[in-house]
Design a protein around this ligand. Structure first.
Ligand SMILES: [Zn+2]
Length: 259
């Protein structure tokens, strides 16, 4: 069975909001690794203004701390970053794609809708994060159903099945990533919610920011409703985690300073 490691690969602080993290997954299968989202990368840390620009840094509250990058987190686990053969992106926003260039040989798996949005030159993405020429592998619409949601099986060759689950709205091709763990599944929902509390309430203070940052807010709300149904009907089979809520890091995981 594929082992799942949880890594915090970055911190974001915006005044008036809780500190949030970049909760990536490292999937380990024999000696092969796959990273789900990549956090803030080495290039971002070494040249923040040149890569991201001051306006974005201030807007999103990026914090730069090299030990938090995926490369350093993987090394700290005693694994080799060179063993990362695959990167799976929930979407290509700059706080998710920052580490992509640190794994230049990895195949990068994402929805074809997200890839198209990146290629279109959409303002929300940072072209410098893709300048190394990622080895993209895209996945289009599928007839496979997973707890009533569309599922696109990923070609990782791992012993546990890994699925891309379209949860569009935050971006046009935003997806969750489901990883089978025996009889159960872990679903990484990416940014389908920022904070877990949004599952329980529509008027959460962060919902306004989520609506503003969504490429298609009606789709974003439909995706959130799909997750609510999943929690209501299948919580014994599926565990959800999001990318930004620090309370969803494993118990005992070191939290960012001051949070
Ligand atoms: Zn994000």
């Amino acid at each position: 069975m594929t082992t799942i490691h949880h890594l915090n690969c970055g911190t974001l602080r915006v005044s008036g909001y809780p500190t949030v993290v970049c909760h990536c997954l490292l999937l380990e299968d024999s000696d092969r690794l796959a990273l789900v989202d990549t956090g803030i990368g080495l290039h971002d840390v070494r040249d923040p203004d040149g890569r991201l620009g001051r306006q974005l840094i201030d807007l999103a509250g990026f914090q730069f701390h090299e030990p938090d990058t995926a490369v350093r987190r993987i090394e700290a686990l005693g694994r080799s970053p060179g063993a990362v053969q695959h990167v799976v992106l929930t979407h290509a926003d700059p706080d998710h794609a920052g580490g992509l260039a640190d794994f230049p040989k990895a195949q990068v798996h994402l929805s074809e809708e997200e890839r198209a949005s990146v290629s279109s030159g959409h303002w929300r993405y940072v072209p410098a994060q893709f300048a190394h020429g990622p080895d993209w592998k895209t996945y289009g619409p599928s007839t496979r159903s997973w707890f009533g949601l569309e599922a696109r099986p990923l070609a990782l060759g791992f012993s546990s099945e890994v699925l891309l689950i379209p949860l569009f709205g935050h971006t046009l091709g935003h997806c969750g990533v489901a990883v089978r763990q025996g009889e159960r599944w872990l679903l990484h929902v990416g940014d389908a919610y920022y904070l877990r509390a949004e599952l329980a309430m529509d008027d959460h203070p962060v919902s306004q920011m989520a609506a503003q940052r969504a490429d298609d807010d009606a789709a974003r709300r439909a995706s959130l409703d799909a997750l609510r149904r999943l929690v209501r009907d299948h919580s014994d089979e599926v565990e959800l985690i999001g990318y930004h809520d620090l309370s969803e890091l494993p118990a005992g995981y070191p939290l960012p300073d001051g949070s």
